[in-house]
Design a protein around this ligand. Structure first.
Ligand code: ADP
Length: 163
């Protein structure tokens, strides 16, 4: 079975990667779809986010990463020919949000199931926003993400301070 993991991934964290890794053991193919979340302003471009995720998942043979511009998740899932959507739950707050999205998606495409995986407790505090916040104040983020992302965050935020 093919499953699509949609998200902003701005940028990818070890929490996302843990979820992807675990999903590769449950599904034949995991397609990570980088989508636009209109309620969030992105720090990294779609291409940058694609490159970080491709790098970070290159040792996982049944993972594919795609970047999608302006499309609904359920349409992406149908176009890819997948049967399910993967999302992660770190807390009750996440659960309420994910439940809402899952119910809307179910209304739009009842044949597509949403699968929620609980976050690894080691990473349940970790979000892309938290990562950016720590990096902004010069904190060390290497243990929370890939080497490429940690370096890019440093460059990007230094650049922002100069601008
Ligand atoms: P979105 O803007 O679509 O919420 P995110 O990149 O923030 O995109 O998150 C994508 C998915 O990954 C969401 O289901 C989110 O709950 C999940 N996720 C984010 N961080 C973690 C983490 N540390 N552990 C497990 N799941 C996570």
């Amino acid at each position: 079975m093919k499953i699509v993991f949609p998200g902003s991934f701005d940028p990818v964290t070890k929490g996302h990667l843990d979820l992807i890794q675990r999903a590769t053991k449950l599904f034949d193919e995991v397609i990570v779809a980088i989508l636009t979340n209109t309620s969030k302003q992105n720090l990294f471009s779609l291409d940058e986010r694609l490159s970080f995720l491709q790098q970070a998942t290159k040792a996982m043979p049944n993972v594919k990463v795609v970047a999608v511009k302006n499309d609904l998740t359920v349409n992406v899932v149908k176009k890819i020919g997948a049967q399910a959507i993967l999302r992660g739950v770190r807390s009750l707050k996440d659960f309420e949000y994910e439940q809402e999205i899952a119910l809307i998606n179910r209304q739009l495409a009842p044949e597509i199931e949403t699968v929620l995986l609980l976050a690894n407790p080691e990473y349940s505090f970790l979000s892309s926003s938290m990562l950016k916040e720590v990096a902004k104040f010069n904190g060390d983020v290497t243990e929370f993400t890939s080497v490429e992302v940690a370096q890019a965050l440093k460059r990007k935020l230094v650049q922002k301070c100069i601008d």
